[in-house]
Ligand binder design. Structure first.
Ligand code: PAF
Length: 281
């Protein structure tokens, strides 16, 4: 496994590999890897001649009150996990490489970026789409793989790729959960033991709502209430709980074939997100 730190070296390397007919697959990350990332990398390995993992804690997607400075970082551990999962290249640029002084451009997907998480994190998705567009230009992948835990992010990136005719195939992979159901996230490390216990009410609520749906409850309000009751009982604060259409993030009153229950809550100061597809089986 090789570590590349400059934009120029990464881009030349990828273009050369592509010219030789090799398939380049990118898994973008902000590091502090867990099993969820490893599953994306293992999937990437299946499709790639060259598997690239980018590791960049992107300042542009953090708000002024958010946790950029204390975002967890451990390059040595990340390298081991990436190598075990079959990564060929870690692209590990500094902020000076990704955002040199003269940087003035951004990419924003209208409407989709302002709902759900976008309401309480203004500017967040503009930061995500800008850095992902840059990573696509630098790594020049044939395919890029993202997790469904950040479901809104996945929908927004697909829209950007469609709108801007980017020649990248975007692939979404299912959420990986701890044994007790908590969706894996680098931010879980911020949770105290008590918060970790309370946080379980989120995934538990989503699973209860899915069961209610499978037993015939199709009204979004009722399904949302099931999740909300568990969150309240556990002492967490709700940011949003909604049933949305997976194709356009629009709020739904009734479950349809493309419905997904999505939620964001606060356990203390830690913001947690999770979601579940509402399917009969
Ligand atoms: O999902 C993430 O870790 C980040 O938002 C991403 C896609 C790597 C962009 O910084």
């Amino acid at each position: 496994m090789q570590v590349i730190k400059t934009v120029q070296e990464m881009q030349s390397y990828s273009l050369e590999q592509r010219a030789r007919g090799r398939t380049v697959v990118l898994v973008p990350t902000m590091g502090y890897l867990h099993e969820g990332h490893a599953s994306l990398l293992r999937e990437g390995r299946k499709h790639a001649d060259v598997l690239v993992m980018s590791l960049f804690v992107n300042p542009m997607q953090f708000g002024p009150q958010e946790d950029l400075a204390k975002y967890p970082r451990d390059f040595a551990r990340d390298s081991r996990i990436a190598e075990d999962a079959g990564t060929d290249i870690i692209f590990f640029p500094g902020a000076d490489q990704m955002y040199p002084g003269k940087f003035r451009t951004s990419v924003q997907v209208a409407e989709f970026s302002d709902v759900l998480c976008g309401k309480s994190r203004p500017g967040h998705f503009r930061g995500v789409t800008t850095v992902v567009a840059k990573l696509f230009n630098v790594v020049v992948p044939h395919r890029a793989i993202f997790g469904e835990k950040d479901f809104q992010q996945l929908v927004i990136i697909r829209q950007m790729v469609d709108d801007l005719n980017m020649p990248v195939e975007v692939m979404g992979m299912p959420i990986v959960r701890e044994k007790d159901g908590l969706a894996m996230s680098s931010r879980n490390t911020y949770l105290s033991a008590d918060e970790r216990r309370s946080a379980l009410s989120l995934s538990a609520g989503l699973f209860r709502a899915l069961e209610a749906f499978r037993n015939g409850q199709h009204k979004s309000e009722e399904l949302v209430n099931i999740v909300h009751a568990g969150i309240l009982a556990a002492g967490l604060k709700t940011d949003y709980i909604e049933v949305i259409d997976e194709t356009n993030l629009a709020s739904l009153n009734e479950v349809t074939d493309t419905a997904r229950l999505v939620a964001a809550v606060y356990a203390g100061s830690v913001r947690l997100i999770d979601n579940i597809a509402l399917r009969k089986n």
